[in-house]
Design a protein around this ligand. Structure first.
Ligand code: GRF
Length: 201
């Protein structure tokens, strides 16, 4: 049986497309994207998923209390029988209810070397701080922002001439690579979590 992945996104969906490409090319084997779900009707990623012939669903979040909303999303993910959930530019904090429904089954990608620069505009935060190396992180999701155990990270240099755009583009290339690698690790189950440490077995 193929492992079924649910992707949650709110925006352009380049990380979703990188995962979809990796599955299509066999870099992630024995998996399929069972559902692409967004809280925003206008998410470009939803159009891109439709163009690929994938099952999509939009559940608008506006005005709903966090857990009330998350109950609808969890129901949709259960209905799609997902084995793994990949947040890919999903601009919402998950409720404890959501996190508890899928223990060690929710991944997120963040454009910084966590625990530095969680939250919005991570690349701008890195530039403003003046770090010489930036990067990205794939981690398990808990109920805190950009905070769960780290699966993979990748480092990129910050150049003197960098703008938020050029640095973001350099980081994004790495995001697309390590998200695929992290999904492989988790789907293959070759890891243990000891405290906060994700250790490959
Ligand atoms: C990425 O930088 C990701 O790390 C962050 O949100 C952005 C989403 O980009 N969580 P995309 O929608 O995958 O292109």
């Amino acid at each position: 049986m193929k492992k079924r992945i649910g992707v949650l996104l709110s925006g352009r969906g380049s990380n979703f497309e990188a995962l979809a490409d990796s599955i299509a090319a066999g870099r992630i084997s024995n998996a399929e994207i069972a559902l692409v779900l967004s809280n925003r009707e206008a998410a470009v990623g939803i159009e891109r998923a439709k163009a690929r012939g994938l099952v999509t669903k939009v559940i608008p979040s506006k005005g709903l209390e966090r857990e009330v909303y998350d109950r609808q999303v969890v129901a949709a993910l259960n209905e799609a029988k997902v084995d793994l959930i990949c947040l890919a530019g999903y601009m919402r904090l998950l409720s404890p209810y959501f996190v508890a429904a899928f223990p060690q089954k929710i991944l997120n990608i963040h454009p910084s070397l966590l625990p530095s620069f969680p939250g919005l505009e991570a690349q701008k935060q890195a530039l403003d701080y003046g770090v010489k190396f930036a990067g990205c992180t794939v981690h398990f999701v808990d109920e805190n922002l950009d905070a769960g155990p780290i699966i993979l990270q990748s480092i990129v240099p910050v150049e003197d001439a960098d703008t938020e755009e050029t640095l973001s583009a350099r980081i994004l290339k790495e995001e697309h690579k390590i998200y695929t690698e992290a999904v492989k690790i988790v789907l293959e189950g070759n890891f243990n979590i000891s405290g906060r440490r994700v250790v490959r077995s």
